[in-house]
Design a binder for this molecule. Sequence first.
Ligand SMILES: [Zn+2]
Length: 223
Amino acid sequence: MDLERAGRRLNDVLFPPSRCLCCQKKLPLREGLCEECAAELIPLRFSETLPPENVVSAVSAYSYDKTAKALIHAFKYKGWFDLPLRLLLPRLTEELKKAAFPVEAVVPVPTNLPRLYSRGFDHTYLLAKQLGKALGLPVYRRALRRRWHGRRQVGLGAAERKENAVLIYGRGPFPDGVIGKNILLVDDVTTTGSTASACAAVLLTLGAKGVYLGCLAHTPGVS
Ligand SMILES: [Zn+2]
């Protein structure tokens, strides 16, 4: 083995090439997503996200398909804070700017405490914080809270999700910031919209003027 090859092998051992977060293909640079998977990110048009009940209008950046799913999974469960947001958030920010909702503050859909502790970070808050910064809006993290009762939404049917969501979300310890304001509610993914709808209902009860929704991805055709 010549010196150059030996050097390359050592380099591979010390700095292993990263793999595509979506298809696991090896990548020459630590960029996280291969070109093929990046091309399969499907942007959604404004009209493709129907606002759920209690929400005035909604924007989602991408369709919740293969690549967006893999990126959001990496963000929520694998501890990749930075890359998925770097790839998905700019379009959401741009679309929200285009939509020009008359919003005055950002509120994240609250994460439940056991999941927050097991992950070590609050992913919707992280998202809300970055959006708040980009849009120049304050973020009220604790206007809403996730109650202990209720099951996880994942895996439930539409009717069950709706019932469950109403039980799960409630008034948080610091709700006063939302009074009289139009609120941008932020979530990572919407499927049936039951979570957003339940959170919006609580915000309206707390005195919010109106609730708008922004999320990274949406399953189109489900309402
Ligand atoms: Zn790939």
